[in-house]
Each structure stands twice: as C-alpha cells, then as structure tokens.
Ligand binder design. Sequence first.
Ligand code: AVJ
Ligand code: FE
Length: 429
Amino acid sequence: MDVKERIVAELVAARDRSFGLTVGALEDPELTSQVSPLMSPLVWDLAHIGNYEEQWLLRAAAGAEAVRPDIDDIYDAFEHPRAERPSLPLLTPKESRAYVTTVRDRVIDSLEKVPLVGALAGDGFVYHMVIQHEHMHDETMLATHQLRKGAPALLDPPGQEPGTGEAVGAEVLVPGGPFLMGTSDDPWAYDNERPGHLVDVPSYYIDTTPVGNAAYAAFVEAGGYQDPRWWQPKGWEWRSTSGKEAPAFWFREGGQWMRRRLGRVEPVPMNEPVQHVCWYEADAYARWAGRRLPTEAEWEKAASWDPVAGRKRRLPWGDSGEADAHANLGQRRLHPSPLGSYPEGASAYGVRQLVGDVWEWTSTSFHGYPGFRSFPYKEYSEVFFGDDYKVLKGGSWATHPLSGRPTFRNWDYPIRRQIFSGFRCARDA
Ligand code: AVJ
Ligand code: FE
C-alpha cells in the first residue's frame, strides 16, 4: 500500500469508529446532552472532528474552498471550554453527520491532486495528524460513554483474553546510560515528540506490568486514602476536598469491590491494571509501596531502547508488526487485559503492556524537548507546556494503534481520572 492508499484506508476506518460511537450507538437526545462538565456533548466531538479535517485537509493542504467557515468558532476548542459547549448553537446529529461526510468526500476527491511534499503534507504529515486527531476524539468519546448513565450502548466483543505466557518477575533493572528519546523521523509523530535527543538515565528498576487492581485495593484497604503521609500536599488537598476514597467508578457491595463500566456493573477484576486513577492517587500509591512513578524518560527507555543493538525501536517489540498480537489497543476490548498479557509485546528489557491497556502516569510535567519547534500550530501542544500538566505514556485499550507508540505524549491535569489512566512504579537502583 502506498502512502495515499494507506491514508484513505485509515480515514475510512477512523470514520467507521466515530460513527459507531455516536450516530450508530445512541439516540439523538443522548448525543446532544452533556453527561459531565468535563466532557463535550458527543455531537460536538463529531462535528469538531469534521471541522478540524476541513481546516487542515481541505483548506490548508488542498487549498480548497471552505465548506462551513461560519461554524469555525463553535468548534474551536479554545474559544469554548467543554462546560460551555452544550449551550452553543451546535449542528444537530443529522446535520453533523452530513457535514463530516461532505468534508470527507471533498478530502478524498482532493487527495489525488495534493502532492505529499512540503512542510505540511510531506510524508503525509498533515493527513496523519488529522487521522490521529479523529481517533483521539474517539477515545474522548469513550470516556463520555463511560460517564453516561443508562443501559449499555457498546457491546463487549466476544473473544478470548490474550495469553499471559510465562510468569514474569515483578521488576527489571534498566542499567544507566544514554538512550534516544523522542524522534526526528517518524512520519506519524507530533511536534511534541520531536526532535530525537540523547538522554542519560541513571540505573533504575521498573515494574514489568502496570499496577493491578488487587495491589491498588490493598492500598485502599490499608487506609491509604486516610493517611496524609502518602500524599503530596496538593494531592492531599484533592483527596480531602473531593472526598474520594477509591478509583473512579469503584464502589463496595457485600464486602466486594464492584465497578461501573460502560453501563454495566461487575466485580472489579483483581488481575487487571487499575484504571481511572488520577496522578495524585498514582503518586500516593507509589509512596505507600516504597516506590515512585517513573520519569517519562525512564518509561520511554524501558519501552523503546534496545541495549544490545544500541538503537531505539519504533514499538516495544520491534520496529513494526501487527499491534493486535502485541498489545491491547484500538478498542478491540472495552477494558484493560490481565496483568502479564502479551508476552510477545514485551520490550527489549522484558517489560510488558507498555503500550495499550491503560495510559501510564509519569512523574514528568509536560514541556517541550530541547530544540522543540511548534508545528503546525501552537495550540496542539505548546500552549500546554508548563508544570500544570503531567505526561501520560503508552495509550490505553481505547487508543488507536496509530498513536500507540512509545514516543507519543499525552498530558492531563493531575486531578483527572475520567481518562483511561493507570500507572506502573519504578525505584532507584
Ligand atoms: C493530546 C489528548 C491531550 O484531547 O485534549 C484533541 C488531543 N488536541 N484535539 C486532547 C487533541 C486537539 C488532546 N490530548
Ligand atoms: Fe480536537
């Protein structure tokens, strides 16, 4: 498949996914209502996906005439915070669907004529950016699905859980020394992953799997949420004012931990990675366990450096290979896979489940790498740089494989936990 054929195939797949989460899944009133001030109405996400595509693939890349310049403001994420979006004059679900389809048809028509050269379209960059953008909003829409009340709208696909292979030790030593962080040549990479640069990391130990629900429940039951010793001052403030005493969506019933998941109630599976914890909870757990969160550099080295070959791998298990066999990505399951799954997906150091399952909080705040240059617009990442946001790595079960690469950087506030977030621990060697 050449680059353009790949682009068309990925555009089509992303749209199937978006429609499956919106028009195909829920009735109109649910699409236009807001389930939480943290989230947009689903119909906003859908038309925003189309508006972003119109701006970047039609107007910028193809130099084509605008379709609906009058709605740019409504779908500008910076003009209107999520809490305000339900009160905007949004397109209806039907209009949104027609709009994104019109934009898409014109993009496909124009693609033949757009040469994949130059800063924006070179190697397909702007197309890759827009495809990943749609999938990121699809993951955001899944978080909205998770927050909504009512009967399940999404079906758990039938099928086996992946094998866990041989048991794996709890942690591995990653010897010190420089590794290549980020990338300068990945045609799917965003500006914040660039440029590739050497980082020297002292020796450390890192967990071979994310922290599981059983271990996290032990922290809860040991009174971890009642003891300020484990919490950073700001974390303790969050703990006290929020009144939270367990991960989001957990509750006790008949002496058992239960969870709400996409409209279902089920016992918390003790062998799955914990998810829906905020950075403060992850940080407190790690301190209680006598450990700490990994830095972003430690996480990425464990995930991508091949110490024998002395080079970086594009993915934990190698430079390519079907993600399906190596990781729980792409909404194929609607939950994380058991601890130790996907032995074939282990990194060179023998660390598992680095990509997929749950986003992993790191101790690192979101800043630009040395030599960072914003591209193609400041609002993708640069405006978020600073100490307010923490970096998450690796993607979740809801993240598309196209963004499930070790260099990819996600970020959020340390109090957020409606995202599919978990963590693993590390310690100094
Ligand atoms: C990279 C997931 C933090 O959803 O806010 C979507 C991605 N940027 N539209 C977000 C994004 C513009 C972004 N995150
Ligand atoms: Fe967006």
